[in-house]
Design a protein around this ligand. Structure first.
Ligand SMILES: Nc1ncnc2c1ncn2[C@@H]1O[C@H](COP(=O)(O)OP(=O)(O)O)[C@@H](O)[C@H]1O
Ligand code: SF4
Ligand SMILES: [Mg+2]
Length: 334
């Protein structure tokens, strides 16, 4: 299968500044040496606890956040791989027609003073793709594609429900006919029944438009439903990557096992559920020595405190960063 995106050694360090001179006193390793591949027409699910670097990783792919290092190779329409990290401004503008972001919160990401027509039409105007009657025709097409009706075009965002707003966000993201979407917690703010509708819409659109997704979520149920492959992230690093079936049935990393066994608890602030594991998440500004997971890992031995585990391939398309990958008997999800 052909890849659409290949990421290697991707790193994002945020400087920590102190004092009024803004001296740099350290850094938050939000994304640390990440390697992943997304194949054409597939969904790569990225999962991990809050603060582990998922959004930063997603934003780095489009350079909405400037990465510190690594390569981001994106296959363009001609089949050539572009190094997104090295593109100049016009090059980046061009590639952004092909790569779009869909955010978590459809309430704050839509301008309340713009009509649906203006919101969905804006990228078409910005990129000089359509104007006049062609613009109108395309906006109608997009809005119908996401399951809304042309009669709703002159309304403002407040007239819509959360699910409908997320549909508007998706229509806007699709305006430039992208081939790759980063969906960052795109359904996390929605009620469960509405979540399922939006996930189904994303799947239909994926088939119809041959889209590839990086789908970010802290919700394992959502990730399992939508992903072909899954990457598990812990403190800036991918600790396990595998096909969805394998990852859920036969995890090789103790952190994956812990995530799969955790009971999500409702979080009233976020209108969603949160995974809560025993022990504290490591601080990316001051991570533990050796394997970052060792203070919370029930299988940790001495070597885990001193040596960072290398990435090991345990099966085809299944890689794990644990000293004892393959030796431990871990439980999957039921
Ligand atoms: N603009 C920023 N400046 C400094 N630190 C940031 C910035 N954005 C994110 N971080 C830090 O990077 C880490 C990863 O954050 P984020 O990517 O938002 O995680 P997630 O999406 O998995 O919840 C966190 O420790 C967060 O505080
Ligand atoms: S390397 Fe050690 S501490 Fe890290 S996950 Fe594996 S067993 Fe646990
Ligand atoms: Mg996030």
């Amino acid at each position: 299968m052909e890849s659409i995106l290949r990421v290697e050694g991707l790193t994002k360090y945020f400087p920590i500044r102190k004092g009024f001179l803004g001296r740099t006193v350290g850094s938050v390793k939000a994304v640390d040496d990440v390697r992943l591949t997304v194949n054409k027409g597939e969904t790569f699910g990225l999962v991990g606890e809050s603060g582990c670097g998922k959004s930063t990783l997603g934003r780095c792919l489009l350079r909405a956040t400037e990465p510190t290092g690594g390569s981001i190779l994106f296959r363009d329409r001609s089949g050539a791989e572009l190094d997104v990290g090295r593109l100049d401004k016009p090059g980046l503008r061009n590639v952004r027609r092909d790569m779009q972001l869909v955010f978590q919160d459809p309430y704050s990401s839509l301008n309340p003073r713009m009509t649906v027509t203006e919101i969905v039409g804006e990228p078409l105007i910005c990129h000089g793709i359509a104007k006049g009657s062609e613009l109108r025709r395309r906006v109608v097409e997009l809005i119908e594609m996401v399951g809304l009706s042309a009669r709703q075009l002159d309304r403002y965002p407040h007239a819509f429900s959360g699910g409908q707003r997320q549909r508007i966000c998706i229509a806007r993201a699709l305006a430039t006919s992208p081939r790759f979407l980063v969906c960052d917690e795109a359904v996390s703010a929605l009620d469960v029944s509405v979540q399922a509708q939006i996930l189904n819409l994303l799947r239909e659109l994926q088939e119809r438009l041959e889209l590839s997704y990086l789908f970010i979520s802290h919700d394992l149920g959502v990730i399992r439903h939508i992903s072909d492959k899954v990457g598990v992230m812990y403190v800036g690093k991918l600790v396990e990557t595998a096909s969805t079936g394998e990852l859920f049935e036969r995890p090789f990393h103790p952190y994956t096992e812990a995530l799969l066994s955790a009971k999500p608890i409702p979080d009233p602030r976020r209108k969603a559920e949160r995974i809560v594991l025993a022990g504290e998440v490591a601080n990316p500004a001051n991570p533990p020595s050796g394997c970052y997971f060792h203070p919370r890992c029930p299988y940790a031995r001495d070597v885990c405190k001193t040596a960072a585990p290398p990435m090991k391939q345990v099966a085809k398309d299944h890689v794990v960063a644990c000293h004892f990958a393959g030796e431990l008997q871990l439980r999957g999800a039921l």
